[in-house]
Each structure stands twice: as structure tokens, then as C-alpha cells.
Design a protein around this ligand. Structure first.
Ligand SMILES: Cc1cc2nc3c(=O)[nH]c(=O)nc-3n(C[C@H](O)[C@H](O)[C@H](O)COP(=O)(O)O)c2cc1C
Length: 654
């Protein structure tokens, strides 16, 4: 059967006249990006009878495109998106005149891409903001109308930019902004009323980790419907199309159409307020990192970006990274034994470092790489250097714990007393791996015993000047997130207690005064230790089969601990380490003094005995790797975050 344009698109007639159909046949539309929305745009506009296209994309189809991209199918896996979409469009109209840009678009081929174009339909990747700005600016200069339709939730938000009216740049105001701020402005400019957020079912998936956010096929099809309709109206001069600063946002899920009007674009006071709120939310941690991560193109940087979320005592992050090449990073460790009483011989730092290396290994699996680490024999114990080599491995699939790296968090508030199922306990026991065991202290009686132990142990923490020195340094007051310390909000204390502690921790004299005359330790101990020890499913102690003697032993112990914590996160559990009784008991086991306050040193000796009887007296204290509590409950709203990767590089300032 031979192809006949008039017959093929005859059912458009009625909604358009024959003359109009002929006009559409002679129009050229440029589409950059053949992915989620681009593929649907191309097919819809082809069926509308548009006769000429200029198309660009350099990407290939992969499995993760299947939920929404018009050309994504098993038959097309691994194939070039542009090639496939051209084939599909030509399957609808073999006479199509298509200019192809298989290397994508850049400043050099932009003029050629827009040559003879009547309309530009934006389908670039969300984060490709530099090239997007360049395309919109070129369209504006050349007098080409431009449409952008964003798939949001189960709806679409559309903005059009017409020559002589408000430009893309004037609306979004991206010039001179950081990449993160640009992404934020683009997002809020597209959807000044982000109505889709009302039904977001799992916000951990919006972290754009590695540039991924959730999207639905319905939204992509709605975008194509909008863009096709506006293309028709613009190309046939058939009436008003809202142009920036007006936008239109239809949400099928909410049965709701919103038209927005933001004179001055992002400079509008309403937008400014929205940006401020959004910035606050983004700054509250993960999202900021995730937005940053989405821009990273080097796998090694993406891996380190995840690895830096490993836990460390007081969020000290005793590591720096030296990237030697794309497959080799040196992790420079250090410890805090010289000032931190909790870092006995640097072992807490070594456990954290072990957790970091394990996180790095798990993160590397997501990039199809094996991470092999080796401690440099010549490096000092207080400043270990570890070579990590990333070896591409086709057999490697992403580790099951990888998605939980950034959501793993310390919860210092009371949790539900709902007990762990056998299945959950078994999963946690498996997670620590060979050579380690998990001891559980659970049930009402077990929890009460632990509460008594922790309550008395807290007396040591709160009345010794050595510990005071640490607490003074490691809490960041007045904040909900902290990049280098523990934020006030994450302490798990009520407001009056926080106020008292904040006042007291300003000087050792104040602490002594409070302890002496107002039983100052009671409030924080009740809240931080007693209540929480009772409010959990179980306490746990991870032990090693052999005593931990070398730095390698502690690194391996830290890795086991991190697998346990990530597995707990995977199971929907919250976790808080309870390390200080274990650390004091190590001092005692080695007959070492950790405080000048003799009464507290004697108390530690007594408690070390009690801990021994809880965990198993026969056991060597040097076998104890990690201790804490787990339970069900919401994740904390306030948490320690991490500074950007750049400031963790070896040569970073400060
Ligand atoms: C070796 C080690 C010991 C820790 N000890 C305690 C502890 O005794 N009590 C506590 O509340 N948190 C403890 N933490 C948790 C850290 O304070 C926490 O991981 C860090 O502030 C980062 O916060 P995040 O886990 O929420 O990301 C410990 C963490 C590590 C790695």
C-alpha cells in the first residue's frame, strides 16, 4: 500500500481545515531530546501532520526509560533514541523531512538546529540548564516561539515564550546563580503552584539521586497533548496561547487546572517567598546533595557523593578524598584521639572509616564497579591512608542496600516498643556477615536493665570535664541540620532541656553549678537515655568472633556495623548508637583512666561489669564492635548532613 498524506491525516479535518492541514504539513518543528516527553511530542506532532522536524538526542534507550518514553521497548534496548524515534515517526509518515542531530545540540550546531524552524518544543533533560538557556535565547533572537511542557506527577505544566514578550532568561532569572539555585528556580518557575506534591507517595524518590526523579507515562502524554494543541494554535494563528509570565498547570490526579501569572517571573515577590521556602527545605539536607549529585558526570564523583553519607562519631567525618584518576581514590583518614575521650586510640574513627569504605563499596556497585581497598602499610595509625580502586565489573549489579545510603540516619527520640520479628532479626544478623554476631537485649526486662545502665552511664558523660569538652564542640545550637556537627534539633530533647543545656555548655563552671545545685544531669539523662532506652524494640551489641586488635580489625568492624545499619533502614527501622558504655568499658578493660574525676572512673568500672553480664561475661570486651538500639518510628526531622563533596577533597580550603 502506498502512503498518502491526505488520507493518513484526514481525520484531523474538521478540527482543522484542509488549508490548515496543508500549512501544518509545511511547518518545521525542532525538538531537542527524544526521551520522556520528546518521543511523545514527536509522535503526536507527526500524527497532527507536521511535515518537517529538526531532532536531536545522543542518548540510548535503557530499561529505566520503559515506564514513560514512547520509544522505549525491549526491541529498542540499547539503541540510539534519535534513530529509533525517527524510524517510528517515519512509520507514521514516510514522507517526513527530518534534520537529525545525533550528537545532541551545543553552541556550535545551534544555528543549524534552528535553521528554518517555525516552532521549538523543549524536551531536554531537566538538568541540562546551560544548553536549554542557550536554545531559548537563540529562539528569542531568531523570532521562533518556544514551548516547554513539564511532566509533573500526573499532570503537565506548560510555559510558552514568544518573541517580543517575556524571555526565558527574564522569567527564570538564572544568570550568575549556582547550579543548585538554577535548578530550583527552573522548577518553581515551571510550576509556581506545585500541586502535584500533595499526592507524592514516597518523597525519598524525589532526591534526583543521579538525576532521577519519579515520572509517570500519563504526565508525558498530557505534555504531548498540551504541546500539540499549542503548536496547532501557534502555527495556525488560532487564538490566544498563554505566554510567560502566564503558565498553565493541569493535574489529572487532582482534577484541577491552575493558571499562574507571575509578572517579573522569579523576581515576583510570591515566587521569591516560594523560593525561600523551597531553599529552606532543600538546605535541610539530602535534597541539596541530591541536586548537586544530579549534575555530576564522573562515576567516581557520584560514588564519593554517596559514600560521604557514612556515619561517624559526632558527625566528625574523619576523612578526606584524593581523586587520583577515574578509578583510583585515596581516602585520607585521621582520628580525634587527642581531644575526644570517646575516640580511644582512634578506634571510633576507625569504625567510622570502615563504614565509609563499606558505603563506598556499596555505592560503586550502582555504577557497575567493584571497589577494592587496601590500607597503605606505611601510613601512620592516626592518619591511615587507604587506596580504593574502582574496577568495572560487568557482572556487578547494584547492591540491595544502595538505595538506603542517604536515608540511613540517627534517631535519638523514643521509638515504638513493638518487637522485631524473627525474620527481621535474622536479616540483621545476616547483614553483619561472617565473623560477627548480634546479641539482642529485648523485652520489658531487658530494656529496663539497659535503661538503668545507660542512665547511670550518662552521669559520667555529663559530669566529667573530658566529656564536656567534646559536647561543647560537637553540638550546633539553634539549627535543624548541621554539616559538621550534630544539630540541636537532632538531640531528641524538649525545648526547656535544650535551653538549659545550651546555657550550661557555654562553660564548665555553669555545668558544675547546675549539677551541684539543681540536679542538672537529671533532665537530659531522663530524656536522652532513660526514655529512649525504654522506647525501642531492642538493644543490640555487635560482637566479633575474635578480639579487635589492629586498625584493619576496626575497619572491618565498621563495615559490619554499616551493613547492619543500612539493613535496619531497609527494614523500616530507626537506629541510635549507644556507644559510650562500650567505650568506657574498653578503658576499664585496659586499666586506663579516662577522667580525672575518680568517682566517675569507679562508676565506669562498676558499669563495665554490668555491661559484661548483659552481653555475656565470658566474652572479651575487645570483641565488642558496636552497640545501640533499634525500633519502629518516624525518621527524625532534624539530622546531621554532610558538606558538599568538594569540601571533602584533600586540597579543599579549610
Ligand atoms: C563510631 C560511632 C559512634 C557513635 N556513637 C553515638 C552515640 O553514642 N550516641 C549517638 O546518639 N550517636 C552516635 N553516633 C551517631 C553519630 O552521631 C551520627 O552518625 C552522626 O552524627 C551522623 O549523623 P547521621 O547518622 O544521622 O547521618 C555514633 C556514630 C559512630 C559512627
Amino acid at each position: 500500500m502506498s502512503f498518502d498524506y491526505h488520507e493518513a491525516f484526514s481525520r484531523n479535518l474538521g478540527w482543522v481545515t484542509e488549508t490548515e492541514q496543508e500549512i501544518l504539513r509545511n511547518k518545521r518543528i525542532a525538538i531537542a531530546g527524544m526521551g520522556g516527553v520528546g518521543g511523545s511530542h514527536l509522535l503526536t506532532l507527526t500524527r497532527l501532520g507536521i511535515g518537517k522536524f529538526s531532532l536531536a538526542d545522543f542518548d540510548r534507550f535503557e530499561l529505566a526509560n520503559f515506564n514513560r518514553q514512547a520509544g522505549a521497548s525491549t526491541a529498542h534496548l540499547g539503541r540510539n533514541k534519535l534513530e529509533v524515534m525517527v524510524e517510528m515517526a517515519r512509520g507514521v509518515n514516510p514522507d517526513l523531512d527530518i534534520e537529525q542531530f545525533p550528537a545532541g545540540i551545543d553552541a556550535d550546531n545551534l544555528d543549524a538546529f534552528l535553521e528554518g524552524v517555525d516552532l521549538y518544543v523543549d524536551s531536554l533533560d531537566f538538568f541540562a540548564l546551560d544548553i536549554r538557556r542557550a536554545v531559548f535565547a537563540a529562539c528569542y533572537d531568531k523570532g521562533i516561539p518556544a514551548i516547554t511542557a513539564a511532566p509533573l506527577g500526573m499532570g503537565a505544566a506548560v510555559l510558552c515564550f514568544f518573541p517580543g514578550q517575556m524571555s526565558f532568561e527574564k522569567y527564570f532569572l538564572l544568570e550568575g546563580r549556582t547550579r543548585e539555585e538554577q535548578a530550583l528556580r527552573f522548577m518553581l518557575g515551571l510550576a509556581p503552584n506545585p500541586q502535584q506534591l500533595a499526592y507524592l507517595a514516597d518523597d525519598s524518590k524525589v532526591d534526583f539521586e543521579a538525576g532521577k526523579g519519579p515520572s509517570t507515562p500519563m504526565a508525558c502524554e498530557l505534555c504531548a497533548g498540551f504541546a500539540g494543541t499549542y503548536a496547532l494554535k501557534i502555527l495556525l494563528s488560532r487564538g490566544r496561547v498563554p505566554a510567560a509570565p502566564r503558565g498553565i498547570h493541569f493535574d489529572a490526579y487532582r482534577n484541577r487546572l491552575v493558571t499562574t501569572w507571575r509578572p517579573w517571573g522569579n523576581a515576583n515577590p510570591v515566587q521569591q517567598l516560594g523560593l525561600k521556602i523551597a531553599r529552606r527545605r532543600i538546605n535541610s539536607g539530602r535534597q541539596a546533595a541530591a541536586v548537586e549529585a544530579a549534575f555530576r558526570t564522573r562515576p567516581i564523583e557520584r560514588i564519593l557523593d554517596l559514600a560521604r553519607w557514612a556515619p561517624s562519631g559526632d558527625n566528625e567525618q574523619p576523612w578526606r578524598f584524593e581523586i587520583l584518576d577515574d578509578h583510583h581514590v585515596v581516602v585520607h583518614g585521621r582520628d580525634t584521639r587527642d581531644w575526644c575521650v570517646y575516640d580511644l586510640d582512634g578506634t571510633s574513627s576507625q569504625i567510622a572509616l570502615g563504614a565509609l569504605l563499606e558505603t563506598l563499596r556499596i555505592a560503586a556497585s550502582g555504577e557497575g564497579m567493584r571497589a577494592e581497598s587496601a590500607l597503605r602499610p606505611d601510613s601512620g595509625e592516626d592518619a591511615p591512608r587507604i587506596d580504593v580502586r574502582l574496577v568495572p565489573d560487568p557482572a556487578m549489579s547494584p547492591h540491595a542496600l544502595q538505595p538506603f545510603i542517604t536515608s540511613r540516619v540517627t534517631q535519638r527520640k523514643p521509638l515504638s516498643t513493638r518487637s522485631l520479628s524473627d525474620h527481621q532479626k535474622a536479616a540483621l544478623e545476616r547483614a553483619v556477615g561472617e565473623g560477627y554476631r548480634v546479641h539482642w537485649i529485648e523485652g520489658g526486662a531487658g530494656r529496663r536493665q539497659m535503661a538503668r545502665l545507660l542512665f547511670r552511664n550518662a552521669h559520667i558523660r555529663l559530669t566529667t570535664p573530658e566529656a564536656y569538652e567534646v559536647h561543647r564542640r560537637n553540638i550546633e545550637w539553634g539549627v535543624q541540620v548541621s554539616e559538621r556537627h550534630i544539630p540541636e534539633g537532632a538531640l531528641g530533647l524538649d525545648l526547656p532541656t535544650r535551653r538549659i543545656m545550651r546555657w550550661a555548655l557555654k562553660s564548665w563552671e555553669r555545668v558544675r553549678f547546675l549539677n551541684r545545685f539543681f540536679a542538672g544531669t537529671w533532665l537530659p539523662r531522663l530524656q536522652m537515655d532513660w526514655r529512649t532506652a525504654l522506647g525501642c524494640a531492642a538493644h543490640f551489641v555487635i560482637t566479633a568472633e575474635k578480639p579487635l586488635l589492629t586498625i584493619e580489625d576496626y575497619l572491618a568492624g565498621g563495615a559490619a556495623m554499616q551493613r547492619f545499619w543500612l539493613e535496619a533502614t531497609r527494614l523500616g527501622l530507626q537506629l541510635q548508637p549507644e556507644m559510650t558504655p562500650l567505650i568506657f568499658s574498653r578503658y576499664v578493660a585496659q586499666s586506663r583512666t579516662f577522667t580525672a574525676v575518680t568517682a566517675e572512673q569507679s562508676l565506669a568500672e562498676k558499669l563495665a561489669g554490668e555491661l559484661g553480664s548483659l552481653v555475656g561475661a565470658a566474652q572479651d570486651p575487645r570483641q565488642r564492635v558496636y552497640m545501640g538500639r533499634v525500633g519502629f518510628g518516624p525518621a527524625p526531622r532534624s539530622r546531621s548532613v554532610r558538606p558538599p563533596l568538594e569540601s571533602l577533597l584533600l586540597d579543599a580550603p579549610g
